[in-house]
Design a protein around this ligand. Structure first.
Ligand SMILES: Nc1ncnc2c1ncn2[C@@H]1O[C@H](COP(=O)(O)OP(=O)(O)O)[C@@H](O)[C@H]1O
Ligand SMILES: [Mg+2]
Length: 344
């Protein structure tokens, strides 16, 4: 066999090995994937695979109860100190719930386009990716409707965040939303809360529309005025909305806290997924996290450093139910793009 043939064979073997790996997995044991001796090196597949949740086929997966990282690490950059009161979900803290209207605006998701982009759709059949997200969603759904502990935000509010941009927050948020919406008895609202760089609509091939920012800026505007129903009956979208220089500041505001609380009251039977800003570039993501019942930290495989993951987990200390998705573990036909982030 010639050298060229050997090289070609090795590439084929590598591709085959990659194809059998999940694109994204939920890691169960965060401390185990972080080695205190080498915080600057990326989190590796080997470390995560040792902790991947493999659920029994007919039952829910065991809950990935994560311990906060014990030793605090030095912060990568000085972030302003924020004192954020957790949302108190109790009768003693009523929120101004507006009269319930129904959204009449509808958009058409191009499911074939989404499938070609390597995303979860009902049109796509049982692909490996559909399987990956079927496994990832189970413990999240289970916890979404469990009775929340007193003083804890409701579990149906799920925040998707990451340490830095480009790790796959939007990709995981859309796939998770679609995967949950494909189950008959679950309705999902996907909110684009990455207001400095909204990309849910763009990724779905839809034009920008009014949304979250408009509601926060105009108290006469109701959620139903800007929420979009889709051709997937169980999936609705709330776009990031009109861009404003105050976007990130608004995300950490009292108005946002009230809005999140209102959503939790209004849709206790719905899973609400927040595609959120990265933790290490903004302080607002940290504030938003305190209102959420579950957090999913997306970690890009072989790229994000252990130091970054540790620092993100430190920012999430005290938050309810922190999970990690170890993402991009297998190459997939995604959209290539350049990153031009401008977080405040
Ligand atoms: N598991 C994955 N497999 C293939 N491509 C992915 C995966 N996760 C993310 N991507 C791609 O990586 C890029 C960045 O992902 P994105 O979700 O936009 O990141 P973020 O929202 O965190 O900035 C996009 O082009 C997306 O399609
Ligand atoms: Mg994004």
């Amino acid at each position: 066999m010639s050298i060229i043939e050997k090289a070609a064979r090795r590439i084929d073997q590598k591709k085959e090995a990659q194809a059998s790996q999940p694109a994204a997995v939920l890691a169960a044991d965060v401390p185990a994937i972080i080695d205190a001796e080498s915080v600057e090196t990326p989190v590796t597949a080997e470390a995560v695979h040792a902790t991947v949740i493999t659920p029994a086929p007919a039952a829910y997966a065991p809950e990935p109860a994560l311990e906060p990282v014990p030793a605090p690490v030095e912060r990568a950059a000085a972030l302003p100190e924020i004192s954020a009161e957790p949302v108190v979900v109790a009768e003693t803290a009523p929120a101004p719930v507006k009269a319930r209207k129904h959204s009449t605006r509808k958009v058409e998701l191009d499911l074939n386009r989404m499938r070609d982009m390597g995303m979860v759709t009902a049109a796509g059949g049982r692909t490996l990716l559909v399987e990956d997200f079927r496994i990832i969603k189970r413990p999240l759904i289970k916890r979404a409707f469990a009775e929340p502990a007193i003083d804890q935000p409701p579990g149906n509010l799920i925040m998707i965040t990451s340490s830095v941009p480009g790790e796959g927050k939007t990709y995981c948020a859309i796939n998770l939303a679609m995967s949950i919406a494909m189950e008959l008895d679950h309705t999902v609202l996907l909110i684009d809360a990455d207001v400095a760089r909204p990309s849910v609509l763009r990724t779905l091939g839809l034009p920008a529309q009014r949304g979250l920012m408009d509601i926060l800026l105009d108290d006469k505007l109701d959620l139903a005025d800007v929420m979009l129903r889709t051709n997937v009956d169980t999936l609705s979208l709330l776009p990031a909305g009109t861009s404003t220089p105050r976007a990130t500041e608004l995300l950490a505001s009292q108005t946002m806290k009230t809005f999140v609380y209102e959503i939790a009251n209004r849709y206790p039977d719905r899973i609400v997924i927040f595609d959120s800003p990265p933790l290490l570039l903004t302080s607002e993501a940290h504030v938003l996290a305190t209102h959420m019942g579950q957090i999913v930290l997306v970690v890009e495989s072989e790229t994000t450093t252990q130091h970054a993951v540790k620092e993100s987990l430190r920012q999430l200390e005290g938050c309810s139910n922190v999970n990690i998705i170890y993402n991009k573990t297998r190459e997939f036909p995604g959209i290539e793009e350049t990153y031009d982030y401008h977080y405040g």
